[in-house]
Design a protein around this ligand. Sequence first.
Ligand code: A3P
Length: 345
Amino acid sequence: ENKNFHENFGEMLSTLPKGLGAGGCYYQYQGFWYSSVWLLGTIWAQRSFRARDTDILLAASPKSGTTWMKALMFAIVNRKRYPHLPSSSLASHPLLTKSPHNCVPYLEVRDEEHMIGGNPIAYLDSLPPSSPRLLSTHIPYTSLPKSILSDSGGRIVYIARNPKDVFVSYWSFCQKFKSKTDPSKGQPLAAISMEEAFELFCKGVSITGPFWDHVLDYWKASLERPDQVVFMKYEDMKMDTMQHVKRLAEFMGHPFSLEEERQGVVQEIINLCSFQNLSNLEVNKSGAYRVHIASQTGQTPLLVNNSAFFRRGEIGDSKNHLTVEMLEHLDKITEEKLGSFGLKL
Ligand code: A3P
């Protein structure tokens, strides 16, 4: 069955519109652009992922704060299992020895450790029904597996970030792989200039782009189904982390008690998941996130150094990389596309 899937996928890929972006070759599927590895995982998830009503799914366009949110959500949900009280030892907390990406799995791709028989969904199915599954995805809202969109599909946390910083963050991320080749295509990654990648981003050709459509669909869903979808912004999280972590915990069904607040548990979680703390841990300095996907050409390995997920972690760093014209151009597109929906980024 797996073999058929991969053969059909190869055939399907050749029929899709193709484009080049900062991260290499992209394919357009259901209105959005994907790399081949991510698309294969997306279609696999659409085909066989079964949501549970206790699931909590983090969704984001890449480079919008996924790593930070994974850490926070994992720490919030597991705080009784791995207490953070100042008096307790933090030594055994998984986030100290594992990347947040190994603590909260993606729907679309599986790290080596959790791949069962070449099927990336089998591991998610094997998780016990007794505790909520914390999962994450870059899949656009309208392409999510149907069972997630049903009323019993669990909760979705969306994290959005200003597109100027998202573009610069993604461009910088891709530069780290410039010397490597795209394993699925044998093409050098980021073979285009930043200016070209910028033009393409503005036209919507970017990883899971058009960026604005990705954000807007989740924004609308959060207005239509506020109990099921919450929309958060990276900038808000940075500016008032305490307030937004409390809001996040409440939405996830794990609100902090007054007693916990008094004991400083919220602040402990914030400190544990801070850029400063996570980026200085040995696992995030020298470890790597290994993804394995069975593809039509055998196993497609994808190796990303954990350090690549930590760069500066600031608001407005795009000012140091883009010209005033580029910044204004992106602001204009954002206002045109999102302004009338009451959304500012
Ligand atoms: P910069 O490249 O602007 O520094 P993602 O996790 O979605 O891939 O996003 C990566 C971006 O989030 C990077 O932004 C990274 O530095 C930032 N980031 C990673 N961990 C963070 C943390 N704990 N707090 C704040 N920002 C973080």
